[in-house]
Ligand binder design. Structure first.
Ligand code: UT7
Length: 337
């Protein structure tokens, strides 16, 4: 009998500080840049986001990840010692070395685990979950902790109103356990693809080994994200539709079989365009972009966790995760809760 992986616990954590659109507009006005609550809500659906305080150790990336992980472990009735692998999706690591996964391992005391980071930007959680699934299917791991977390505020150019209005900080986590391949509750399939030729749509010029951050480059904000919003929007809609259909087709299912759709929360208009092209009923779409903005690798696990905890998600429900991110990276995962 072969193995499969199933999700047995979810968790999330956010920084305390709420930044409303009005707070954001006030901040930008100090740089002479105009925006408004009305514009942001109309074009993105975002009302507020959470912004971490770098000086608070409890709001570091790995600390939010650890808080989310503890919630997920509690739901799963597991302890840190039970975990044998930690896969941490982030593009805003605590430090470049060591990995944020190792910081988290240290903070929760998961001494029996190996740990690594994955950077697929906003698709990170889907890539990390798919990776953990492969280790469990091949029998190389029995219990995995998968985290998607970003302090995206650390990558923002607050003088670029096109991008800084979209993002926030947060962390989501799931615990996976080995089951058998015929179990009802399990990951059914995952689908990943990247297109590095579209790197210019969303990137950070400086701070890697190609271009060190010098005082001049720092002044020019080259260590912050550059985004072509309109092109990302179009590519996101097209590929999220394609990847949702790939997952359903592979399992010989249709959109009507789905109980829940958990799309990457980039912009309410992207989610609405994808849902409408898929002919998906609105009440099946999980959303938290209004309250948290785009939290990058954390959007999918936090939206999932919310619906698990408020009992919208029931045993046996069919759930589709769907994402797009810088790279560009695309991915979907179909699973039964
Ligand atoms: O994980 C993936 C992350 N990235 C994304 O998902 C980005 C996807 N793209 C988007 O969400 C949208 O393209 C944006 C929210 C970035 C922009 O919305 P849009 O509806 O595509 O606006 P636009 O770029 O067409 O701009 C329309 C107008 C422009 O003014 P003019 O040229 O018509 O006078 C912009 O200068 O809105 C202006 N504008 C703003 N006005 C007030 C752009 N940003 C702002 C702003 N406040 N924050």
């Amino acid at each position: 009998m072969g193995f499969a992986a199933r999700i047995i616990g979810t968790g999330s954590a956010f920084p305390d500080n709420r930044m409303t659109n009005k707070n954001l507009a006030d901040k930008l006005s100090t740089f002479g840049i105009e925006t408004s609550d009305e514009w942001i809500q109309k074009r993105t659906g975002i009302v507020e986001r959470r912004i971490s305080s770098a000086e608070k150790p409890s709001e570091q990336n790995s600390s939010l990840g650890a808080a989310a992980a503890k919630n997920a472990l509690e739901m799963a009735h597991k302890t840190p010692a039970d975990i044998d692998q930690i896969i941490y999706a982030t593009c805003s690591p605590d430090t470049l070395i060591p990995s944020t996964a190792c910081w988290l391992q240290h903070k929760i005391g998961a001494e029996n685990a190996w740990a690594m980071d994955i950077n697929a930007a906003c698709s990170g959680f889907v890539y990390a979950l798919s990776t953990a699934d492969q280790f469990i299917k091949t029998g190389q791991a029995r219990t995995s902790l998968v985290v998607g977390a970003d302090i995206f505020s650390s990558l923002l150019d607050w003088k670029d109103r096109n991008s800084c209005i979209l993002f926030g900080d947060g962390a989501g986590a799931v615990v996976l356990e080995q089951t058998d391949e015929t179990a009802d509750s399990r990951i059914l399939s995952s689908h990943l693809l990247s297109n590095g030729s579209l790197w210019q749509l969303f990137y950070i010029p400086a701070g890697g080994s190609n271009l060190e951050v010098t005082p001049d480059r720092y002044q020019a904000n080259l260590h912050k994200i550059k985004m072509n919003g309109k092109e990302v929007f179009k590519t996101a809609v097209k590929n999220m539709v394609d990847f949702a259909l790939q997952a359903l087709n592979k399992n010989r299912m249709t959109i009507d079989d789905l109980d829940w759709f958990v799309p990457h929360q980039a912009n309410l208009r992207i989610i609405e365009a994808v849902s409408s092209r898929l002919n998906l009923q609105k009440h099946k779409v999980l959303m938290n972009v209004d309250r948290f903005g785009n939290t990058s690798a954390a959007t999918v696990p936090t939206a999932l966790d919310e619906a698990v905890r408020d009992d919208r998600i029931k045993k046996g429900d069919l759930i589709l995760l769907d994402s797009v991110g810088a790279g560009l990276t695309y991915g979907s995962i179909l699973f039964r809760w």
